[in-house]
Design a protein around this ligand. Structure first.
Ligand code: G16
Length: 546
């Protein structure tokens, strides 16, 4: 493709997707995210970038997902998916930001510069998969993405409404046909198929019961579970709530983020004492569990709990398969409850690493292990298995002693049930149900593994959240001056006190996390830290109260 044909890039931009706002926008924790009406030109330009990326990757397929995941309905967003189904390589985030912010007049020349910089062969074919969530602004944005792809003579394929992890899965399958079939049906076949296989091997016993309530956050995840429900042959009875009807608004007072952050049950879900409930987020990439006891108290089983459940069960199976030379490790972020980290190291004796927020950071750290379990406390996570691990387990499944074979075969089903590309609420749901079923456990028994330290999360609005810098996997705040000293001093005044602050990469806020030995202390510490952020980082609006 000769550079002169880049003129069409400008023409499409000017005629159909002009840049109408001067607000600077940055590729954040999970792509670009802001009010939907500020995004059309950004998404069009990501269509252009996806084509360039595909050509740099020798024509392998790249994904574009239109979603703002856990954010409320007025927001939207866009993120790029790399050929192995992973998040866009980080060195390209700066390029994405540059392309998103240039004026329409400079778009043609900037596109040309990017092509040169990354050495893309524009004569190659380019393929881009596009998916979107259920937001009413998504179809328009998906069309803008497709136009960006067409402007650079790439081939877009639109998947319509899918969960974010389903799009990641399809991209991976398209580039590696040993992983599965790159369609929504291919996804169900592999992931739900593996769950049904496991159910044949593990009869229901003990305290486990097959009824599961699900809060669909009025988003896409619940809708997809509604499709899956009919094919489960009674192995799992899904009672689905918040499917987007009856005036329910996306992520509003429901969904995984609401449940985790507010520590309250979602609206729109019926509750029965001790009934386990899974709560998904708006695009189906996060999941947390909870139950309400007979005194109406809610008990949360968040991403840390899911990680420990999966890591302990896989460790058990590796032991039974006599494959303990395979190294299993767990990856968390600063949000991980201190009690979970203690349990992982002291009880499970599993190595644990701490990285910055964002699945992209956790994913890469998890790849260091033969079996890497990674979860953010907010319920975003999965398991990755090295090629060596898969080979070893397959060999044992065929050639081992009977008991070893049994464990290895279960492990192979678990590998198939896992969406290894990214955190996936649906895949994680089946993994959790598998472990509880295998152990004959109810949700209270699951919770009994360890006791969480009480914690609290708050948001503070400031003039410019970029004034906050951090180090040590976001556990230390390096600017503005004096903030860390105040946070440390406040934390030291509370038993088991720990707190940190960081700028969100998906919302225009500074996040505050605090934990301590009592809920009262955790709440107080969080409020004190929120005040410190407000005072030293340019808070706007009302000063947080204690
Ligand atoms: C995204 C990321 C997660 C991150 C979350 C919050 O989740 O994929 O890794 O934990 O945002 O990020 P931040 O604290 O920077 O706003 P989702 O589910 O919204 O895509």
């Amino acid at each position: 493709m000769p550079p002169s044909s880049l003129r069409v890039v400008y023409a499409f931009a000017r005629e159909m997707h002009p840049k109408t706002s001067d607000v600077f926008i940055q590729y954040g924790t999970a792509g670009f995210r802001t009010k939907a009406n500020l995004l059309e030109h950004v998404v069009y330009r990501m269509g252009l970038l996806a084509v360039i990326r595909s050509r740099v990757k020798n024509g392998r397929t790249i994904g574009i997902m239109i979603t703002a995941s856990h954010n409320l309905e007025p927001d939207n967003g866009v993120k790029l998916v790399d050929p192995d189904g992973e998040m866009l390589e980080q060195s390209w985030e700066e390029i994405a930001t540059r392309l998103a912010n240039v004026s329409d007049n400079d778009l043609e020349s900037t596109t040309e510069q990017v092509i040169k910089q990354v050495n893309a062969d524009m004569a190659l074919k380019a393929s881009v998969f596009i998916g979107m969530d259920t937001r009413y602004t998504s179809p328009r944005l998906a069309a803008a993405a497709a136009n960006g792809v067409i402007a650079l003579k790439g081939t877009p394929k639109e998947f319509g409404i899918v969960t974010t992890p389903q799009l990641h899965f399809c991209v991976k399958c398209r580039n590696d046909n040993t992983y599965g079939t790159p369609t929504e049906e291919g996804y169900y076949e592999k992931i739900v198929g593996a769950f049904k296989k496991v159910c044949q091997k593990l009869p229901v016993y003990g305290e486990y019961n097959t009824t599961l309530y699900v809060d669909g956050a009025n988003g896409v995840g619940g809708k997809k579970l509604n499709i899956i429900r009919k094919s489960l042959d009674g192995e799992l009875d899904l009672n689905l709530y918040n499917l987007g009807g009856n005036g329910g608004k996306l992520n509003l007072n429901c969904g995984a983020d609401f449940v985790k952050v507010s520590q309250k049950p979602p609206v729109g879900v019926e509750h029965a004492p001790f009934q386990r409930v899974a709560s998904l987020d708006g695009d189906g990439d996060r999941i947390v569990y909870y139950y309400i006891d007979d005194k109406e108290k809610m008990h949360l089983l968040d991403g840390d709990r899911i990680a420990t459940l999966l890591a302990s069960y896989v460790t058990e199976l590796l032991r039974a398969a006599e494959a303990t030379h395979l190294k299993l490790g767990l990856v968390q972020t600063a949000y991980a409850n201190g009690a979970s980290t203690k349990y992982i190291t002291e009880e499970l004796k599993v190595p644990v690493s701490c990285v910055k927020t964002g699945v992209k950071h956790l994913h890469h750290a998890a790849l260091e292990y033969d079996v890497g379990v990674y979860f953010e406390a907010n319920g975003h996570g999965t398991v990755v298995y090295s090629a060596e691990a898969k080979k070893t387990i397959s060999k044992i499944a065929e050639e081992g002693e009977p008991e070893q074979r049994k464990a290895a075969q279960l492990l192979l089903d678990i590998v198939d049930m896992t969406n290894e590309t990214v955190g996936d609420a649906i895949s994680d749901l089946f993994l959790v149900e598998t472990v509880l079923r295998a152990r004959g456990q109810n949700v209270r028994q699951w919770l009994a593994a360890y006791t969480d330290l009480p914690c609290r999360q708050l948001k503070v609005t400031v003039k410019d959240r970029n004034v906050i810098s951090t180090s040590d996997a976001e556990r230390l705040c390096t600017s503005p001056a004096g903030l860390q000293a105040r946070v440390s001093a406040q934390a030291a005044r509370h038993g088991s006190g720990r707190a940190f602050v960081r700028a969100s990469g998906t919302e225009d806020v500074v996040r505050v996390y605090a934990e301590a030995d009592t809920q009262e202390s955790a709440d107080k510490l969080a409020a004190e830290v929120a005040q410190a952020v407000f005072d030293l980082a340019g808070g706007v609006g009302d000063r947080p109260e204690i």
